[in-house]
Design a protein around this ligand. Structure first.
Ligand SMILES: Nc1ncnc2c1ncn2[C@@H]1O[C@H](COP(=O)(O)OP(=O)(O)O)[C@@H](O)[C@H]1O
Ligand SMILES: [Mg+2]
Length: 367
């Protein structure tokens, strides 16, 4: 068992004023198939980047026991047979083969030594078995091995996704971080990917696709603003537990609101009572009756103090439970006015340009 451990990790992007992670501690076993779920912008990709050490925490420690690889990635030189693209993604097999061929032609001792060094590297990454291993992996992914001879660029986007994921699993000794792989996959593609992944271990899969997550993960890591936790099970079991937890918290919140209401009433009653005593005392003094002024004043002050204490307690309670109120997902329904005359005008975009720094992300002239 080896663990990816994050210990009291804080993270904030330089260009941002809000923290993505605030005192995050979590352990992930590298033998698990961990699915990460959470809404857009909650920090899923940021977490993967921290695990890859592409970014470093503002504070806290991260322990990663293995080298990591990330999907999606751009394969090197794609205008060639798929087999070559896969092999190049794993290791420079062709380059090493060429170097060994040349070195064998030289007869001096240093060339022989270099040959030995390259041969060792070649063997360590399975150079002699790699073609057979690739075919086996293609079968596991239910892909026809004829695709291996086809130009990679002629593959469909879904086929390319599955080929690139196969390539990562063929790299030895890496822990895989797979980020949103279903963008180009139809239902069948997602099913085949899920059935492939279930045979693997040691990966993290970020996905919104509950169908895929249900097929192939055994742990779910949930991320939202207030709460990050990991639990055993697939998406459905996590969702079931979450619904129960939400219902429980909803009841807790209702009880809390009831409690606040009755405390409020009690505090008002006491305050009124204390005010009445003061008024009473003043009236009696005016009539020059013999009253123990000090006694009445003291009682009124005490009541007032008690009322204030109750109010303070109520406020503390609200503070204490605030997290509970905040943790409720603020899901808002998108309201569309279907009574409008022209349903085509639900959304109209004119001349929309979105860019970050110099990079243009979106250009819509009319939609
Ligand atoms: N390079 C960046 N610079 C500044 N803020 C970023 C950067 N990358 C992501 N963020 C912000 O950090 C938060 C988490 O983003 P991200 O990890 O991409 O979320 P997710 O993958 O869950 O959708 C978001 O609010 C996002 O806008
Ligand atoms: Mg992301």
């Amino acid at each position: 068992m080896s663990l990816i451990q994050l210990n009291r990790v804080y993270f904030q992007y330089d260009s941002s004023s809000t923290q993505v992670f605030n005192n995050l501690s979590i352990s992930i076993d590298t033998a698990w198939k961990t699915g990460i779920v959470g809404r857009n912008g909650e920090g899923k990709t940021t977490l993967l980047n921290l695990i890859m050490r592409k970014i470093v925490p503002t504070k806290g420690k991260i322990n990663i026991p293995m080298k990591t690889e990330y999907f999606p990635y751009e394969p090197k030189r794609t205008g060639k047979a798929t087999l070559n693209v896969i092999k190049d993604s794993i290791a420079p097999f062709y380059q090493w083969e060429e170097q060994m061929r040349q070195l064998l032609n030289d007869s001096d001792a240093s060339s022989l030594e270099s040959y030995g060094e390259i041969l060792e590297k070649y063997q360590n990454v399975g150079g002699y078995e790699i073609d057979a291993l690739i075919e086996k992996e293609m079968n596991m992914m239910k892909m026809n091995s004829e695709l291996l001879n086809r130009d990679f660029n002629t593959l469909s986007a879904g086929e390319r996704t599955r080929v690139l994921i196969i390539s990562l699993f063929l790299k030895r000794g890496y822990f895989l971080l797979i980020d949103e792989p279903t963008n180009h996959l139809d239902l069948e593609g997602r099913k085949l990917l899920g059935e492939y992944l279930i045979q693997k271990s040691g990966f993290i899969l970020v996905s919104h696709d509950r169908y895929l997550l249900d097929i192939c993960v055994d742990h779910i890591l949930f991320i939202n603003k207030k709460n990050i936790y990991i639990e055993k099970g697939n998406f459905s079991s996590w969702k079931h537990n979450r619904d129960i937890r939400k219902e429980f918290e909803k009841r807790k919140r209702k009880n809390l609101q009831k409690e606040i209401k009755s405390l409020k009433i009690a505090a008002t009653k006491r305050r009124n009572w204390a005010n009445n005593r003061e008024t009473d005392k003043k009236a009696k003094t005016d009539q020059k009756e013999r009253v123990d002024k000090g006694f009445v004043g003291h009682r009124a002050a005490k009541s007032m103090k008690r009322a204030l204490n109750i109010e303070k307690r109520r406020e503390t309670k609200i503070e204490e439970k605030k997290y509970l109120l905040n943790d409720f997902d603020k899901e808002r329904r998108l309201k569309l006015d279907t009574s409008a005359d022209s349903p085509q005008n639900i959304l109209r975009l004119d001349h929309i340009f979105v860019s970050i720094k110099a990079k243009q992300l979106l250009k819509i002239f009319h939609l």
